[in-house]
Design a protein around this ligand. Sequence first.
Ligand code: IVH
Length: 702
Amino acid sequence: MTDALHATPLADQAAYAQAVRDAVDAAAAYYGAGDSALDDDAYDRLVRGIEAYEAAHPEHVLPGSPTGKVAGGAVVGDVPHTVPMLSLDNVFSAEELAGWAAGLERRLGRPVEMWSVEPKLDGLAVSARYHGGRLVQLVTRGDGVAGEDVSHAIGTVVGLPETLSEQVTVEIRGEVLMTAAQFEEACAKRTAHDGTTFANPRSAAAGTLRAKDRPYRCEMTFFGYGALPLPPDDASELAGRLRELPHSQIMDLVAGLGVRTTGATPVGVIAVATVEQVQTRVEEIAAVRAELPFGIDGIVVKADLATDQEQAGFSSRAPRWAIAYKLPAVEKITKLVEVEWNVGRTGIIAPRAVLEPVLLDGSVVTYATLHNPADITRRGLMLGDHVTVYKAGDVIPRVEAPVAHLRTGDERVITFPDVCPRCGGEIDASQQRWRCARGRACHAVASVSYAVGRDQLDIEGLGETRIVQLVDAGLIADFADLFTLTREQILSLERMGETSTDNLLAAIERAKEKPLNKVFCALGVRGTGRSMSRRIARHFGSMDAIRAADAEGLQAVDGIGPEKAAALVEELAELAPLIDRLVAAGVTMTEPGVTGPAATGQGGAGSDGTAEADAGPAVELPLTGMAVVVTGAMSGPLEALSRNEMNELIERAGGKASSSVSARTSLLVAGEKAGSKRDKATTLGVRIATPEEFAAMVHAFI
Ligand code: IVH
């Protein structure tokens, strides 16, 4: 399927030979360390150019050419696959899709009865071998014939359980990737360890899957997209069903065994009858791509029925019954124009790349993260460099690497600030991430604005202009100072009348009643947002218990690993004087409804001094053990609640709030205008409640 529009033109035999070398190098880098100087688009164009040249000059074809080879012929492994792990052919447009489908139907001599459409996940293919229901081996795709044994990663891949719900022998194939959240976590761990970071989620997953002796563990996620009978059990009842069932039903079967599949992604696996419906579904998936919690590089269309697949068969490279509809690349080359240094609310001085605007995943990217000064040095970045930039799903745009062979000699060295770019004061450069030596005080306006925001202390009437006035007048240096402001001090500010002063004082007074989770969130501890603050507050019950916990104690909270725990201990020590002043001002330091030693003064909840006794809460909460998703407009008693407030309500009532529906969702609260989440819940048989029904379940907590 050669398309001139998407092929790099190759003028002569020398250009062809150079193109083969470049493509082989790029494939080796991509499948090896996971980094490649060519972006996906450039690589695809190059290979298409090579294909076009080879079609016109078969006598020049080089034995090392990447065409017709899985993974561009880049990788070899030593564990033979039971059945080759092939690649997929690509299409890039509705016309090419229709052409491919018509070709398949001609080959079959009949229309394809059913198509299945699912996301093409941008990770690494792995094969998971289960014997008697136990995960015994994990193998990468390698060259398709044999792969690398990566069984050491078992236990770090969400969605790939160590035991199945039935004692069956089966091979599950699918993609291992990092979600945006897992990627951020992995980058933070790597930065804490050696100051470096991962280029993008795909290379982070590739490196992590192979890594054997890293001192830190990074979590990944698996989504299965196929299942095969596995010897010696290839004559079992299950093997028979895998040979006969349509692909979409095999996905349900695999999910039933406890493995996460493409069916559990927010877009799922949808079976449709016509190619027009396939195209519609492709467009629907493409439209939500930027909101997905992980990267996809296309959509996979498969003939759903086993009979169609069997008859269509395989080419040497790919099945004839499936195609990848490629979406525009999420990694592109653009120019680094400038580096800005911004001071955040915690005093961190963060470099930010100003780029020549580039379209990535549906939005124009002009700025990208540059991590820290050491990372800039390590990558050898220069102003004017061509750089690869990555943005997919909800990952923050990031500069991956300079493209060194595109340098002209006009590039300039990036200068690092020698004083704080905000206050002109000293810089603390002792850590990987530089910080103003004044810490949070440097950008007090930002840290106070955050603390009084709607999801924290919610102090009405304290907009940024007011905060600037208060800071400039020397009345506050942090948000604890708000609680000791006098009426006269506030009245002394320009444009501040009696009524607004009294209103502001009343709002500050009300903020003292906020539960611990809001007060904790207001502290703005690095890496600790709203939901983490809720978890910490629920676990410990009181600020005293949080402060008394050591790094190990903090790790008992879901989502806190060793790195985060150590950082938290450090931050809490730094914030101690501020917390002391909050306590002295009478700000609430306990979480209502949590019975803990510090909260009740009685002690005895858990031997670690925490409120959340491992045996479970003293009173069974209505949503204990339930994963709840909210969609559509709320009504009745819940009408005024924001999504965040709904999530808080769910967590107060003992549940876990989640944003996407999967097989593990216990309940979907669906209001008016609920869309795809309701459909998904219906497909998966997830219980659905109206806002009114849900309000009745949790009435005591509203
Ligand atoms: S089906 C015989 N389904 O894309 C090959 N592959 O470019 C059947 N991939 O090697 C593959 N998401 O690693 C299939 N939903 C999906 C996929 C998917 C990602 C990967 C897979 C494959 C590569 C081909």
